[in-house]
Ligand binder design. Sequence first.
Ligand SMILES: *[C@@H]1O[C@H](CO)[C@@H](O)[C@H](O)[C@H]1NC(C)=O
Ligand SMILES: *[C@@H]1O[C@H](CO)[C@@H](O)[C@H](O)[C@H]1NC(C)=O
Ligand SMILES: *[C@@H]1O[C@H](CO)[C@@H](O)[C@H](O)[C@H]1NC(C)=O
Ligand SMILES: CC(=O)N[C@H]1CO[C@H](CO)[C@@H](O)[C@@H]1O
Length: 459
Amino acid sequence: MWPLIVPLLSTFPAATGLVAKDGETGRLPALGWNSWNAFFCDINEKKFLDAAEQLVNLGLKEAGYNYVNIDDCWSIKSHRDNNTDRMIPDPERFPEGIAGTAKKIHDMGLKIGIYSSAGTHTCAGYPASLNYEKVDADTFAEWEIDYLKYDNCNVPGDWADECNFCIPDSTTPPHGPYPNGTCPTLQNECPAGYDWSKSKSAERYRRMRDALEATDRTILYSLCQWGTAGVQKWGNETSMSWRATGDITWPGLVAKWSRIIELLNLCSFNLDTTDFWGHSDADMLEVGNGDLTPAETRSHFALWAAMKSPLLIGTDLKKISSGNVEILKNKYLLAFNQDPVIGKPATPYKWGTNPDHTFNATWPAEYWSGESNDGILVLMSNWGESAAKRSAVWSEVPRLEKDASYKLTDVWTGNDLGCHFGDYSVEVGPHDTAAFLISGKCTRRGMLGQRTAWRDWTA
Ligand SMILES: *[C@@H]1O[C@H](CO)[C@@H](O)[C@H](O)[C@H]1NC(C)=O
Ligand SMILES: *[C@@H]1O[C@H](CO)[C@@H](O)[C@H](O)[C@H]1NC(C)=O
Ligand SMILES: *[C@@H]1O[C@H](CO)[C@@H](O)[C@H](O)[C@H]1NC(C)=O
Ligand SMILES: CC(=O)N[C@H]1CO[C@H](CO)[C@@H](O)[C@@H]1O
């Protein structure tokens, strides 16, 4: 009955690309698990089933993490099927094919994602989807895939953009744009005002969007386009999420705090593009990986959640510590990330140590706030190497009144922090982030102006 679906479809602007056929997929940031940060190419079906089982056992599925995403290296490397042109799942890694794995993941009440690239080959050199968009989209739909991560490797010369987007830091992978278009070293930079939605990059990603649209399945379309080619301008009409930066990790660079803080700085300048249905993606989580301290892990997760990045766990869930599971399940931060009423992310309201809007890869903004259905979330970070005081001053925090008393809840402990008039100060450890939710105004003025060390409040 065609007329029945018209009202649903008509709620989406016609110019907007991807329609979620189920009316819901992609409206909020995706939550789940992806193999890359944990295993790189060393994957097989068992690792996905283990991850799925652990999502269930650890209560992460219950908390909302529902995608199990296969990254690079899942197919036969040498060729496509000579008759059908389809990619061929590696029979040793996936003995029952991707469709077989998908069935098992679905039977656990979870969704499954797959990976390809808008080039001739994936980043690890496997067949990829440029010029095969239709056959691949149809194949993924037939396998009952729910999510596609679409990378940007091995773009042939005839698909090169006519001019270049600024990638100021020349170390690979690319680091994405500086704000204000200042590009120190680029050859053939596109002129100011260039319409990046007309670029060949945008066209490569639109082709797969259209192929996915033409299937009869809802497949969340996630661009892994490294923040290049002005994707912040066309990502939302092309996809449900798009990467703001280069990778958070690659073989040889695993879970480095320096990389996390660098990405946070870059992402902090792209937050106005995120709202319902389209999310600027800060890349997959490193929670549980490398030598991140608990403070660094808290900051990483809190800021990624607050920016409304998709949250894809990237660690071996058979080895994760209970402390890290608790961070991933933080109910206040997940509620903010998955807010059904307010789609905008938290943003910096003050840089703190540095002047506002400073672009600094080791010292991004330290004071963040965002509105949510549950109240105002405030984050105060300390990027220094020793503990320091951080003060949230109501007159500086958007939407708060200067001369008012607010009720605060500590996001990490769930403790009621009581009522605070005018401001709230805490001691924050190195690389840590204090986080609290302002859930309402206090009517009594009983605790005016009282200050306390973070977490020491017992009143
Ligand atoms: C398919 O093509 C590849 C590469 O051209 C070749 O190595 C392989 O033997 C062919 N397979 C079949 C079944 O024809
Ligand atoms: C992205 O597109 C959706 C419609 O698909 C729209 O609701 C949303 O507001 C857009 N985001 C921004 C930041 O404009
Ligand atoms: C980044 O900010 C910190 C803190 O102010 C400062 O010490 C450092 O020199 C800055 N880095 C650059 C490259 O300006
Ligand atoms: C140096 C410079 O021009 N900085 C500007 C960058 O853009 C922000 C707003 O996006 C301005 O507030 C800064 O002044």
